[in-house]
Design a protein around this ligand. Structure first.
Ligand SMILES: NC(=O)c1ccc[n+]([C@@H]2O[C@H](COP(=O)([O-])OP(=O)(O)OC[C@H]3O[C@@H](n4cnc5c(N)ncnc54)[C@H](O)[C@@H]3O)[C@@H](O)[C@H]2O)c1
Length: 716
């Protein structure tokens, strides 16, 4: 009946038509423009042809429909909110026409039916789901909510409590949960799916199932009393506010809209949904979160390009069983790579092993590992006080003390123990890979693998390519980071690599604000309200100020033309007074152990009194916008330098690293996406406004060129 690129229609005896999603050019089905166009065409055919009694909707792929084509969002976001609303409303006509077909329809959900995929399934009379499938409305993770009538149909099919829960959480559900929620009508084994769906269709065709009542319910307002609706939506509103990260309004806007839309008929409800969708699509969060999704694909693809050249790592060596080495050994063993863990101190080795066993016990308690699996992981870490076993390892990750001469000496000795092809990765945080390599016989085998603390929790690893690191060594480190479940980003060897380099001028911006009279607690409040998980003063306390001063000095020395030492340095002053931060009980704030041993941050009058000494003109208040700009602009400028120097290859990698390594606010999408959102013209104008603060605020010539050309980092 119809043989499209993505949809085929076949007519069977007995008036049954099968509508099959089967993208001929793709491994999966998506709800892209072509599919929507074809869905319109087949819906028109179905309404025009006589003798049809029922439609069975299937997929010929492993998935049903994975959702909208996110790459195509580019075009949508360029429109105004009104244009977006009009566009989705027009597309909604197709789903409405499908809803209203004069015969029943049943969807056989065989695999993922997410976002637009589930919305489409909701326009059928019934849904039969395979136990292998998952359904959900994950749009909120992209700063959006369903815009193809999904919020409207969910409220009427499964009720507003379920609808708001699914829209707000964005979590996918497996069969039993979807059935219990009333989102699907039947659940069965994958092998029985087609027969079961056909049986439901026949029941509807024969009148055993009242499909017309289902159709009427979808057209009318939600059949609940006003006070019931109020109770449900008030609770949903609280949940949306509690769950959403700062500056991510999609969930709250959706709940507000659904509350109104539940009280009106389908066409008015769809108009409300479209209007709110237009509004939410224009938010900064939507633009950034969609970019983050696309960045993730780019980063994964870059990772795969490397792994082809990787050497297999069947056995790993880790030097140093301290905070970092212990974590590195644990994660590798957990993920299936056996580890020889060497330390020179028996006490430290014990500490590393005890830490691993504590983490394993937690996994067992949480039901993620059986005791015997945990025992196997523990046994996969072989503790050593000597070099035994290191001759057999394919790769060594070094995590010993951060001193150049010691690292050089230890790694030089190691070269005599390991095989000539063993890759050596240093987890240095501030030394240059080239400097360490200069002492080695086989510098091509050395790379940097900069992990973040705590290793089990932090997803980022910067893979540092020294000027002599071989491609195989880099590829092996990339592959091992992936094997550990981490996201590797390859960076060139420069002081601070990427993340610490970019944070250094941000911290310097903070120090200058204090020196100019700002109150650090005010700065923290402003930056936390701006979206950072913790303000800069609190961050210094958490990192530990002695470490931070040292690292900042090493990095700043690498960029003397831009990163001038701040004369009145608040962090140095606090270090001089032995206020190192959380680890010493006080820093900018003071800390007391609260419930469950968690440290609680408290106001510390002494810190304010000390800092008054480096504020020669006294304290003064700053507008929030000035605080934000003085902190964020130098970070953006440094990001531009790093990209222009080729420290990373793509804006996607740079922004991803800052999100994963530092907790950069997701709604900003990363420093370069933030610059795109402001527009380069605006960024350059703001840089010029703060030019008196020094070269860290000076836009690069390339940034000025981009401003002139209306260019963007992320190409949209
Ligand atoms: N702690 C962090 O937040 C962090 C983050 C990223 C990178 N790093 C880097 O990781 C490395 C280790 O840092 P850490 O915080 O785990 O230090 P740590 O002091 O906790 O551990 C270092 C361990 O190395 C051992 N060691 C010293 N010499 C050794 C040798 N010759 N052979 C084997 N073991 C030896 C020590 O006994 C100690 O157990 C440093 O280079 C540091 O800069 C640390």
């Amino acid at each position: 009946m119809f043989d499209g690129q993505n949809i085929q229609l076949t007519r069977f005896d007995g008036g049954i038509v099968e509508l099959c999603f089967n993208a001929k050019q793709d491994a999966i089905n998506k709800l892209d423009t072509q599919t929507v166009t074809e869905f319109r065409q087949v819906t028109e055919i179905l309404s025009a042809v006589s003798g049809i009694k029922g439609v069975l909707i299937t997929s010929a792929k492993d998935v049903f429909i994975v959702g909208a084509d996110i790459k195509g969002f580019d075009r949508i976001f360029k429109q105004t909110a009104e244009e977006i609303a009009a566009d989705v409303l027009k597309k909604n006509d197709i789903f409405v026409a499908f809803d209203d077909l004069p015969f029943p329809s049943v969807v056989a959900i065989n695999g993922f039916a997410l976002g637009g995929g589930l919305e489409l399934a909701l326009s059928a009379s019934y849904r039969v789901m395979s136990t292998a499938a998952q359904v959900g409305l994950p749009e909120v993770k992209l700063g959006l909510f369903p815009g193809f009538g999904g919020t409207v149909r969910m409220c009427r099919i499964a009720g507003p409590a379920v609808a708001t829960d699914w829209v707000v959480s964005g979590k996918p559900a497996k069969g039993p949960a979807a059935l219990a929620a009333g989102v699907v009508d039947e659940l069965c084994e994958p092998t029985e799916l087609r027969a079961r769906a056909l049986a439901v269709l026949e029941e509807a065709m024969s009148g055993q199932r009242d499909w017309r009542a289902v159709q009427r319910r979808k057209q009318a307002p939600v059949a609940l009393q006003d006070d019931e609706l109020k109770g449900i939506f008030d609770a949903a509103h609280l949940k949306a506010q509690g769950l959403a990260a700062a500056h991510q309004p999609a969930a709250s806007i959706a709940v507000e809209m659904m509350a109104q839309a539940s009280r009106v008929d389908r066409s008015q409800a769809l108009a409300l949904e479209a209007q709110a969708f237009g509004r939410v699509a224009k938010t900064q969060a939507a633009s950034s979160l969609v970019q983050l999704f696309l960045n993730d694909q780019i980063v994964k693809k870059r990772g795969r390009q490397f792994t082809g050249q990787a050497r297999p790592v069947k056995q790993l060596g880790v030097l140093g069983a301290g905070i970092m080495g212990g974590g590195i050994a644990y994660v590798n063993a957990l993920r299936g790579t056996p580890v020889v863990l060497k330390d020179i101190s028996p006490a430290q080795l014990d500490l590393g092993l005890t830490e691993a066993s504590k983490l394993l016990a937690k996994q067992v308690k949480a039901g993620r590992l059986t005791q015997s699996a945990a025992d196997q992981v523990q046994a996969a870490i072989q503790p050593r006080l000597n070099d035994e076993g290191l001759g057999q390892v394919d790769m060594v990750i070094e995590a010993i003390i951060e001193r150049l001469e010691i690292k050089q000496q230890v790694l030089k000795t190691l070269e005599g123990v390991v095989r000539p092809d063993t890759v050596i990765a240093s987890n240095t945080s501030s030394l240059r890979i080239d400097d360490i390599a200069s002492a080695l016989q086989r510098p091509e085998n050395l790379v940097g693998m900069h992990f973040f603390n705590p290793v089990p929790a932090m997803p980022l690893v910067e893979i540092v390519k020294g000027s002599r690191s071989s491609n195989e060594a880099v590829a092996t480190a990339v592959a091992q980071a992936v094997a550990m479940g981490k996201t590797p980003i390859v960076v060139q060897d420069c002081p601070g690599f990427l993340v610490n380099r970019l944070i250094t001028p941000y911290v310097a911006g903070f120090l200058q604000l204090i020196a100019d009279g700002a109150d650090f607690e005010e700065v923290d409040k402003v930056m936390e309200a701006f979206g950072w998980p913790m303000g800069p003063a609190y961050l210094q306390d958490v990192v530990g100020m002695d470490t931070s001063v040292h690292v900042a000095e090493v990095i700043a020395a690498g960029y003397p033309e831009r990163m001038k030492p701040v004369a009145a340095n608040a962090v140095r002053l606090l270090v001089d007074h032995k206020r190192y931060g959380q680890k010493s009980g006080s820093g900018f704030y003071q800390y007391v152990a609260g419930e469950g041993g968690r440290l609680q941050k408290q106001h510390a009058p002494e810190a304010h009194a000390l800092l008054a000494a480096i504020q020669p003109s006294g304290g003064r208040r700053f507008e929030a916008s000035e605080v934000e700009d003085r902190m964020m602009l130098p970070l953006i400028v440094e990001a531009a330098h790093a990209l222009e120097e080729g420290v990373v290859e793509t804006p996607a990698e740079l922004d991803t690293a800052m999100l994963l390594g530092l907790g950069f606010p997701a709604y900003l999408g990363g420093p370069l996406k933030y610059a795109d959102w402001l527009g380069l013209t605006e960024v350059v104008a703001r840089c010029d406004r703060y030019a008196h603060l020094g070269p860290a605020y000076q836009a690069t010539p390339r940034m000025r060129e981009m401003a002139r050309d209306g260019a963007r980092y992320h190409g949209r």
